[in-house]
Design a protein around this ligand. Structure first.
Ligand SMILES: Cc1ncc(COP(=O)(O)O)c(C=O)c1O
Length: 490
């Protein structure tokens, strides 16, 4: 079957894929299903022959993900121009792969990198791979909402002054909850200290398309930025973009690391989806993103009128740890209803027929994207109104006990890599205080690690994990998912 996408001139990869299919040559190459002919009938039925035909591979004319020229490179150049980067790269292992590559390209074994405590687990994965030593900066915790916000300029600067030998700082722009730090100021300070600025912008690929959104990392002067194009824009899951500025980045090393962490058989459907998402944003990014901002603004106002619900917004900007925020992320605090966020999430799925992005002790997060419209927002408001009515009965209200995040950052006695590759033993978790943790222990969502490999386990961390488990939150990361036991350094 020959596909005829209409916007091919701006889509060099799609054009090359279409050209190859138009030749109608008999494939004697991977993938083995050969345009779906060898696929299971259920897969063929679900995806359709035209989709499976696009599952191509590195044949002459289509280019390789790591080629210096060819259609993928051409398409990446268009992405760089749109985002204002010197170089942009397509990623097929999500932002996770991009974070691995940017850290591996920047900090080596034993070298320091300043990172916020509320990093995504992919950052810890990168630290284990590289052998770098993290210097943790504690984000401000909003004790009402029980959400880790972002880091302050003061905390970042203090870490830089205390660790002038750090090679880089990593910023999260924005957090899962849409909260950003003063990234432009922190970037300028880091550069004064000779540090490279790396940005996990998984949740911000739409930032540069509206003046009503926080500044994106590349515009703020950051050196390498990774965005999950699949999270808030139109690319398929696992499709992300890495952007960089050349000044402080050794680009050939970055490219080597991108090869190291990614497949030699990239999925061309994912690559084509990245190209399509970039083209879509070039054509109508401002319109689409501003529409979603407007929808979210109206929804936020309406949610704040529903009894028992609160959705933070501009009212909290300027509070410690909230330099700015992304209005398209609706963080709905449900604690005044006397229920927990995860209970609300389940109720909303079953009764309201809406599925949230995540929930935690007090909050449920909803993402508004370019796919939403007035009808979808109406359904969300209807479901939230019903939730409020369901729990309006005063008798049901109880103070919901929630776990408090441990105050202090535990001392790091070994680098994460040293801890993971050390000889280890499995002991009872409750009796592990004082020992060096050899695993990552995360509460997910929102994916904020409680214990990292190399950290000394504290009584506070044990109590926090137990409280989370009692409240029904899942603990991810340890080999023993019950957390009755933990792997420690022997
Ligand atoms: C803050 C943050 N960084 C990085 C990632 C990893 O992104 P991806 O799923 O594209 O690999 C996530 C995923 O949820 C995230 O929330």
């Amino acid at each position: 079957m020959i596909l005829r996408p209409q916007c091919v001139p701006q889509m060099p990869l799609m054009a090359a894929m279409q050209g190859y299919l138009a030749e109608q040559v008999l494939p004697f190459h991977t993938p083995g299903h050969k345009s779906g002919k060898g696929a299971h009938e259920t897969l063929l039925q679900y995806l359709g022959q035209s989709t499976l035909a696009l599952d191509l591979t590195v044949v002459p004319g289509l280019g390789d993900l790591f080629d210096k020229q060819g259609p993928i490179r051409e398409s990446q150049k268009l992405a760089a121009a749109l985002y204002g980067a010197d170089e942009s790269y397509f990623l097929v292992n999500g932002t996770t792969g991009g974070i691995y590559a940017m850290i591996l390209a920047t900090v080596g074994p034993g070298e320091k990198i300043i990172v916020p405590r509320n990093i995504h687990r992919s950052v810890m994965g990168a630290l284990i791979l590289s052998g770098a030593v993290p210097v943790f900066v504690r984000p401000v915790v909003d004790t009402d909402l029980q959400i880790a916000m972002n880091i302050t300029v003061e905390a970042a600067e203090s870490a830089m002054l205390q660790n002038p030998d750090a090679k880089a700082i990593l910023l999260v722009n924005p957090t899962y909850y849409g909260v950003v730090a003063d990234i432009a100021n922190i970037t300028a300070l880091a550069h004064q200290h000779g540090m490279t600025v790396l940005v996990d912008e998984a949740h911000g690929p739409h930032f540069c398309f509206s003046h009503d959104l926080p500044i994106q990392g590349i515009t703020a002067g950051a050196d390498i930025v990774v965005q999950s194009t699949h999270k808030t824009l139109g690319a398929l899951s696992q499709s992300s973009l890495l952007h960089c500025r050349r000044e402080r980045v050794h680009v050939p090393r970055l490219e080597t690391m991108l090869q190291l962490v990614q497949s030699s058989s990239p999925n061309y459907i994912l690559l084509a989806s990245l190209e399509a998402a970039v083209t879509q944003m070039k054509e109508s990014g401002a319109l689409l993103v501003n529409q979603s901002i407007d929808l979210a603004r109206v929804a936020r106002t309406r949610i704040n009128k529903i009894p028992g619900l609160y959705c933070f917004g501009a009212d909290r900007v300027g509070w410690p740890g909230i330099f700015d925020f992304d209005p398209t992320k609706l963080v709905v605090t449900v604690s005044a209803l006397g229920i927990r966020g995860n209970e609300a999430e389940i109720w909303l799925r079953r009764q309201g027929k809406v599925q949230a992005e995540l929930s935690d002790a007090n909050n449920v997060l909803f993402l508004v994207t370019l796919a939403d419209d007035e009808a979808s927002m109406e359904q969300l408001i209807k479901a939230l109104t019903a939730l409020s009515q369901e729990y309006a009965d005063e008798k049901r209200k109880t103070t919901v006990p929630f776990a408090s995040l441990p105050e202090a950052v535990a001392p790091l006695l070994l680098s994460p890599r040293e801890a993971v590759f050390s000889s280890q033993e499995r002991i009872s978790f409750v009796g592990s205080a004082g020992r060096i943790c050899a695993e990552t222990i995360t509460s997910y969502p929102p994916g904020i690690p409680i214990l990292f490999p190399g950290e000394q386990i504290s009584l506070a961390a044990i109590a926090y994990c137990q409280a989370l488990q009692r409240q029904g939150f899942s603990i991810l990361g340890p080999e023993d998912p019950t957390l009755n036991t933990v792997e420690v350094v022997a």
